[in-house]
Design a protein around this ligand. Structure first.
Ligand SMILES: [Zn+2]
Length: 277
């Protein structure tokens, strides 16, 4: 446990299959052979001093333009510009490994984006967007994490599938009975969700005095792109393209550079914090 009573994601994955983590009920499900295997073979994990890996996901692209501002600004163009500026900052100034789900104006299905983040074994997945609302006066930045309900049902449905071994493949867990796999998957998904929620709060605090925020900027929804059970994920709506002032801000390269820099600085601090120890 960490000082704030939270188990960090990395420690959780490292600790993996101990009785204390799983609790007596879950542990009773483990077969002797499997428990012995877990004990004999410590789980591989990324070394403590390796750079953090961030996946940036510029929203939309190709045949999917996303939102369109009154002046004709397309969300897909804004998102990739901000993501690329962020990536430059984080790579050059912060020593963080950054991978982008798309580098060009191409269409990528949402599930592919999630898969990309999982296969990259990202410490954090950030999907970058620009908002649109029927209420034209809505302005400012907001951040979404996956809603609790959605995450639970998703982790359940994942665990129920025949190919669960494949899904668990990226998680460094030794073979285990089906029930144990489902429990581990659920625990991991919860831990991932907690991490994302804490990261969201820190992110909002970090930006609060320097960029306009939506009235209730911490939000949650059942976005497909946030559903990786083992990669903490956030979706950032940088501003509203449906608001003329916000659109005017997003059209300025200097303002896109500003928000990219603010987000890069805040994300670097989050990745450096105990949350991702
Ligand atoms: Zn969008």
């Amino acid at each position: 446990m960490t000082d704030n009573g939270l188990l960090t994601r990395r420690r959780f994955l490292q600790a993996g299959l101990t009785a204390s983590l799983l609790g007596a009920g879950a542990f009773a499900l483990a077969s002797k052979g499997w428990a012995a295997a877990a004990e004999a073979k410590p789980l591989p994990s990324r070394k403590p001093n390796v750079p953090k890996l961030l996946v940036l996901d510029p929203g939309h692209g190709g045949r999917d333009p996303g939102a369109r501002g009154a002046s004709g600004t397309l969300e897909k163009d804004i998102t990739i510009d901000i993501a690329q500026r962020m990536a430059d900052q984080l790579r050059n100034d912060k020593g963080i490994i950054v991978k982008l789900t798309r580098e060009d104006d191409v269409f990528i299905p949402l599930e592919e984006r999630v898969k990309f983040g999982r296969e990259a074994r990202a410490d954090l997945f950030l999907s970058i967007h620009a908002d649109s609302a029927p209420n034209k006066s809505a302005r400012g930045l907001s951040v979404y994490t996956l809603s609790t309900k959605a995450s639970d049902s998703f982790s359940k449905s994942l665990a129920d599938k025949e190919n669960e071994a494949d899904l668990m493949g990226g998680m460094d867990l030794p073979p285990a009975p089906k029930e144990v796999t489902a429990i581990l998957m659920d625990l991991t998904a919860r831990q991932t969700r907690n991490t994302a929620q804490h990261a969201r709060a820190t992110f909002i605090r970090g930006l609060s005095r320097q960029w306009r925020l939506l009235e209730q900027p911490m939000r949650s929804a059942n976005f497909v792109v946030l559903r990786a059970p083992d990669v903490p994920s956030m979706l950032i709506e940088t501003s509203f393209l449906s608001n003329p002032q916000d659109e005017a801000i997003l059209r300025q390269p200097s303002q896109r550079a500003k928000i990219a820099k603010l987000m890069a600085r805040t994300i670097a601090a989050i990745l450096d914090s105990s949350l991702f120890a």
